[in-house]
Design a protein around this ligand. Structure first.
Ligand code: UT7
Length: 333
């Protein structure tokens, strides 16, 4: 009987380069508070957010992705034709098909890579890192571009008290490629579909079109329930990622959680008993919650500001609508 060939991948995978794009419109809390009867102080103390970035008309999902990806590819010491996989994590590409990944791959000048979108909300980037690592080690791709990108301002209801001040726009990208040493630990991931209603859209497009509701479907969130779930359940997932990687909290150099709420970040750091020397990403203060883009944006800022350096051990963790979650330990490029 004929025997199938199976691909031989790299022994290990690692992140080779990071890039990000921060859109140009700075929106301070004061611009939002009137519509939701809130205050700058309430938003800062409850979420840690002082301002966020919203995209202008030219800063499309594709444009922001291409900008972040170009930097990541260049920093990886590669050219676009080296990329043979493009994974785009997003919930705010507003066309159901085709995937935005193929357009981004084309605009970058890549050479017919496998390209598809990932719908895993705020966990999408960490899902993508898990997939890309397996692709490189499994031999189905050599250099995989993983992009997290959102234009949540398009689907945010500025009159919704529970979410208007949270969501924001931006893009982050990394290239995952072959490595002689372990650079991406096993992913701890999962879902909790029984809580699908906690973060969802106000409507689906067909029902909305049949209704007389003027406002197009928007994000809606039962914030406090998500807050309580994230603070407890995600600490266990973080521990699982550390255990799978054979790493102790004191071995970490940086902690890059999804930028959902500064209080969730603090609760996780406390429950993991992270020692003082572990630097914690706090990009949310000026960027808000950019869902799939938040982890690579926060990592890139830590590198830019010298809080992280090449070779550091980082813990990523992200969670969101689904509910879905994913975490892994990685070596900083
Ligand atoms: O990215 C995906 C994952 N997402 C998250 O992880 C988000 C998780 N959730 C959160 O970040 C928080 O739940 C929020 C920041 C959204 C809200 O903070 P909270 O501490 O959970 O507030 P709450 O909803 O429990 O509301 C507390 C109080 C209520 O008043 P009473 O009942 O105590 O009198 C609300 O009516 O604050 C009131 N409130 C507001 N006040 C001023 C709710 N929204 C606002 C507002 N401004 N925007």
């Amino acid at each position: 009987m004929a025997v199938l060939n199976t691909p031989a991948g790299s022994a290990h995978a690692r992140i080779l380069g990071v890039g990000s794009y921060r859109p140009s419109r700075v929106i301070p809390n004061s611009d939002l508070v009137e519509a939701i009867e809130s205050s700058d102080e309430w938003i800062r103390t409850r979420s840690g957010i002082t301002e966020r970035r919203w995209a202008n008309d030219e800063e499309t999902v594709a444009m922001m992705s291409v900008a972040a990806a170009r930097t990541a590819i260049e920093r990886a010491g590669l050219v676009p034709s080296d990329i043979d996989g493009v994974l785009v994590a997003t919930v705010s590409h507003m066309k159901q098909t085709p995937a935005i990944a193929t357009q981004i791959a084309d605009e970058l000048g890549t050479d017919k890579p496998a390209a598809f979108d990932i719908s895993a909300a705020c966990a999408g980037f960490c899902y993508g890192i898990g997939l890309a690592s397996d692709m490189v080690r499994g031999g189905s791709a050599r250099h995989v571009l993983v992009i997290g990108v959102e234009r949540l301002s398009d689907i945010t209801d500025i009159n919704d008290r529970g979410s208007a001040f949270i969501f924001a726009d931006g893009a982050g990208a990394v290239v995952v490629g072959p490595s002689e040493t372990p650079g991406i630990g096993p992913v701890a991931w999962g879902s909790s579909g029984d809580q699908a209603d906690l973060i969802t859209m106000t409507d689906d497009w067909l029902s909305w079109a049949d209704s007389d509701i003027e406002l197009t479907p928007r994000l809606t969130m039962q914030g406090n329930k998500v807050f309580r779930w994230a603070g407890f359940a995600m600490a266990e997932v973080a521990h699982e990622a550390l255990e799978l990687a054979g790493i102790k909290p004191e071995d970490l150099d940086i902690f890059v959680p999804h930028q959902a709420n500064m209080r969730i970040t603090d609760a996780l750091a406390k429950s993991m008993k992270l020692p003082e020397h572990v630097k914690i990403a706090r990009d949310i203060a000026t960027m808000g919650n950019t869902s799939a883009a938040s982890v690579p944006l926060a990592l890139d800022r830590m590198l830019d500001e010298g809080q992280a350096k090449s070779g550091d051990l980082a813990l990523f963790i992200a969670f969101g609508a689904g509910l879905v979650y994913a975490a892994q330990v990685v070596v900083v490029p």
